[in-house]
Design a protein around this ligand. Structure first.
Ligand SMILES: Cc1cc2nc3c(=O)[nH]c(=O)nc-3n(C[C@H](O)[C@H](O)[C@H](O)COP(=O)(O)OP(=O)(O)OC[C@H]3O[C@@H](n4cnc5c(N)ncnc54)[C@H](O)[C@@H]3O)c2cc1C
Length: 497
């Protein structure tokens, strides 16, 4: 076979799709605008300290579990080392002055929470049963062959996670605890579909892990594999135009003016960015208007902490803290009372780490707070923006200090990023953490097809299927399946096990 595929963007979706197609004989050219591959998998290093930016923990990496099967197929296992988070408390939900550990495994999960909420034991069992049923109902999560391109049970798409939890759990505080890790999916009350909540919680409840040394190893490994399979991966290659003739896409133009031709194109950018690259009557105005009108998920402000050496014990759990009466309301914060909630985690630099080297503290931030600096460039946004960042960083540090007194004194340096940083580094509209918002009240609003009206142009990434390491890999299988057949890829994954 000598079919050439160009992939625009090297986020996890572009890399996974590139790997699958290269492995199956396509000539892949991966084009990344940044100097570093990976999109949200990028890491950065300052004064010798390394920080992850958009992939902090993963799940289901145990023997026979779904992510491990995908990593095996993608030849990632030899390169990616993981360290399990505390199985008795992989996440800790801090709310109403109490801390609630989430434990791995169905029974430990139920029993740990039932100790505090004894009357809810049966309700918790029912909660876990439904979560497992929803996850098992997706053929691609359980590596089953598919007989149609519908991958999700409609009732789970149309039912909201909050309605399901309210109907299953009686205790108001426990309802909050069960959605305490909702920044993992940017949940919105009454809108986030049950399937999103179920996939995420099922995925991490099986087992939760940090990637030792930083999640950028995933991107580096996939790039190396794509090259070894005869593909090309170019960083600093920004695509500024997709060319089409009357019926199909013919190639791309780079910012340097270089033109490249191809048989197939896959875009890993936010759908709005893809449309900006296209000037063809094949794309209808109604489609452009629909995509322009789609709501995006919320963004975040991140504080990157570099600690003094051997000063703070390594925390092998993630802390989700709320100073709010309603966890679901975290995204509707009042800027004057920000942060209101945050997620704190130590990054893992070795399997037997005893002291924390670095950490991140993330808090929701709406794009409107930084919109006035849109169009400015990284490092040149001006003193007002720097002052805004300093103020928010100090507020977040104070909130953290209240939870872990003494932390601040051990911070050697800190850095911060805003929604603008994500917009600039990934192209994701409004710096949205997880791309387009999924909304069960308008199921079609969040559904972006891997197909476009340009028959040989496909889309991949967190806007297809779902976000996160699992959602994006499954989405990439769906996209690569347009050329290879989804069942053929599933067969290869099963055979590799
Ligand atoms: C703060 C944060 C924390 C997260 N934490 C986790 C986590 O702990 N676990 C988890 O599983 N998931 C996490 N996620 C989600 C996960 O990182 C994403 O869902 C996933 O990585 C997105 O992959 P993607 O393929 O959609 O591409 P993206 O990562 O969005 O990458 C798109 C790429 O396309 C490139 N590009 C855009 N336009 C062009 C162009 N014109 N020419 C060339 N290249 C272009 C961009 O530079 C970028 O590299 C997190 C996300 C965020 C933002």
């Amino acid at each position: 076979m000598d079919k050439r595929v160009i992939i625009i963007g090297s986020g996890l979706g572009g890399l996974t799709c590139g790997y699958i197609l290269a492995k199956n004989g396509y000539r892949v050219t991966l084009l990344e605008q940044n100097t570093q591959f990976g999109g949200c998998l990028q890491n950065f290093t300052r004064r010798g300290a390394k920080f992850e930016t958009g992939m902090h923990y993963i799940g289901s990496m145990g023997e026979g579990e779904v992510l491990r099967s995908f990593f095996n197929y993608l030849a990632l296992l030899p390169d990616v080392r993981v360290r399990a988070l505390d199985r008795a408390a992989y996440d800790i939900i801090s709310i109403a002055g109490e801390r609630f550990p989430l434990a791995n495994g169905d029974e430990p999960f139920v029993e740990t929470l039932a100790r505090r909420f004894p009357r809810e034991r049966q309700h918790l069992r029912e909660y876990v049963r439904v979560i497992n049923e929803v996850a098992a109902g997706s053929p691609l999560h359980s590596l089953q062959y598919v007989d149609s391109m519908t991958f999700l049970e409609l009732s789970h798409v149309k039912r909201s996670a909050s309605e399901f939890i309210d109907a299953t759990i009686t205790d108001g505080l426990l309802r909050q605890v069960l959605v305490g890790n909702l920044p993992l999916y940017a949940g919105v009350k009454g809108r986030t579909p049950l399937y999103i909540h179920a996939f995420v919680n099922h995925f991490y409840n099986a087992g939760a892990y940090r990637v030792v040394g930083g999640s950028d190893v995933i991107a580096r490994s996939l790039v190396t594999s794509i090259r070894a399979l005869g593909g090309e991966a170019r960083a600093g290659a920004r695509v500024v135009k997709i060319s089409c003739d009357a019926t199909r896409a013919t190639g791309v133009t780079l910012a340097t003016g270089e033109e490249l031709r191809c048989d197939y194109l896959v875009s890993n950018t936010h759908p709005l960015r893809t449309l900006e690259l296209l000037d063809t009557p094949l794309i209808r105005r109604s489609y452009r208007e629909r995509v322009a009108g789609l709501k995006n998920s919320i963004s975040n402000f991140t504080l990157y902490l570099h600690f003094k050496k051997d000063a703070l014990p390594y925390l092998n759990s993630n802390l989700y803290h709320y100073d709010l009466p309603d966890v679901w309301g975290a995204g509707d914060y009042d800027p004057a009372a920000w942060p209101g909630s945050f997620l704190y985690m130590h990054l893992c630099s070795s399997v037997d780490q005893r002291y924390a080297d670095t950490a991140i503290v993330m808090a929701y931030m709406r794009f409107e707070e930084v919109a006035r600096w849109r169009g400015t460039r990284v490092g040149r946004r001006g003193e007002e923006y720097e002052a805004f960042k300093r103020d928010r960083a100090e507020r977040l540090l104070e909130a953290l200090e209240r939870q872990y007194p003494g932390t601040r004194a051990n911070v050697e340096h800190y850095y911060a990023s805003t929604p603008l940083t994500y917009l600039d580094y990934t192209g994701t509209e409004e710096g949205a953490m997880y791309g387009i918002l999924r909304d069960c009240t308008e199921p079609s609003q969040g559904v972006i097809s891997q197909r476009t009206r340009v028959p040989n142009l496909f889309q991949v990434g967190q806007n297809i299927n779902s976000h996160g390491i699992l959602g994006v890999i499954i989405g990439a299988i769906i996209t690569a399946g347009e050329l290879l057949g989804v069942n053929e890829i599933i067969k290869q994954i099963k055979r590799a096990r």
